[in-house]
Design a protein around this ligand. Structure first.
Ligand code: PHE
Length: 338
């Protein structure tokens, strides 16, 4: 190649690069001219064949050509990446479907946080229980209807799907010396026909506080104040609690716990069926027989327990009329509770 040919090749290369219309073409031309086996490096390699007296001039021209090609390539590459960005920006925005926690999970987590502030920790227990933990230790007489095959899912004589989270009370007391201060959220099972307010599989949260006598007596007043605090934190300021006498085999005295209606503030509305109150939990002072079953001396301890349905709290809190909506996993419903 002589200087004239070099000049022609230079012009062609610059024209080609200048008219390259996209990044891929620019890249192909980079390889063609300045790549490892490109025309310019090849020419530099072949420099020794150029007659000695022409070499300086020729070499200078080749180096100048190389610099020009590289500069042009660089400016083209910059433009094409700018174009790419512009192109992205002009695309319609992408929809990110931010997930949110299921209302049942939220109620459980909020409950754990509220009781956590009062010093309660979260205890866990298995869904498949034995008769002792689910019934006997909880002072349930053998003729109690909940023991019946038509009420409980039994697997043989001594194995069942727990009907309540109360067996976790038993486990917590058997595993620890007082003071015991736990809440136990989890799944429970009953042979219920599923309708708008019942489900054969639902969730409960059990609470238990036991402390030593005579230094730290636990009373029904403590229970009421703790549940009143929970009511306010969970349902909003102004919500109060009331106790109604009831019966549970494992507590004495036993109460049913109502929250004042958070919608009508107790005046009476459709949500509270005009009563101003919503039934929320069962509770009471732990029966001395239960203490005996777990190896505590009833003369040396006292405590309270309570239990409520997670679905029930979620339905009241979020105004959900049908329990089944909580299990259908329909995003159109769940996303409304954001
Ligand atoms: N386990 C009872 C139920 O399922 C609720 C409860 C728990 C009542 C603790 C008193 C004390 O109905």
């Amino acid at each position: 190649m002589d200087l004239l040919e070099l000049e022609t090749a230079r012009k062609i290369s610059l024209d080609e690069i200048a008219s390259a219309s996209d990044g891929a073409k620019v890249e192909a031309l980079r390889i063609k001219y300045v790549g490892r086996n490109g025309s310019i490096p090849m020419l530099i390699k072949a420099m020794k064949d150029v007659p000695k007296e022409e070499r300086p001039l020729f070499g200078k021209a080749v180096q100048a050509w190389k610099a020009e090609v590289e500069a042009l390539l660089q400016s083209k590459q910059a433009v094409s990446s700018e174009k790419k960005i512009e192109c992205d920006l002009s695309q319609p925005g992408r929809w990110f479907g931010f997930g949110l926690k299921h209302p049942l999970t939220r109620v459980i987590e909020e409950t754990a946080a509220i009781f956590g502030k009062l010093g309660f920790t979260v205890a866990d227990g298995p869904e498949l229980e034995n008769k002792f933990n689910n019934f006997t230790a909880l002072n349930t007489p053998s003729h109690h209807p909940s023991m019946d095959k038509s009420d409980t899912f039994w697997f043989g004589e001594d194995c069942l799907l727990r009907t309540q989270t109360s067996p976790v009370q038993i486990r917590a007391m058997m595993a620890n010396k007082p003071p015991v201060r736990v809440i136990c959220p989890g799944r429970t099972y009953r042979r219920d026909t599923t309708d708008a307010t019942h489900s054969a599989n639902f969730h409960q949260i059990e609470g238990l506080y036991v402390d030593t006598l005579p230094e730290k007596p636990v009373s029904l007043a403590d229970l009421k104040s703790v549940l009143a605090y929970f009511a306010r934190e969970m349902m909003g300021d102004g919500v109060t609690v009331r106790f109604r006498p009831h019966f549970f085999p494992f507590t004495e005295p036993s109460v049913e716990v109502d929250f004042s209606c958070h919608v009508c503030k107790g005046r009476g509305c459709g949500v509270c069926k005009q009563s101003g109150w919503i039934e929320v939990a069962g509770a009471g002072m732990v029966d001395p027989r239960v203490f005996e079953h777990v190896g505590y001396d009833p003369a040396k301890v006292s405590g309270y327990a309570f239990g409520f349905g997670v679905e029930r709290i979620a339905m009241i809190k979020y105004g959900i009329p049908d329990i089944r909506w909580l299990y259908e996993n329909d995003v159109r419903f769940l996303s409304q509770l954001a």
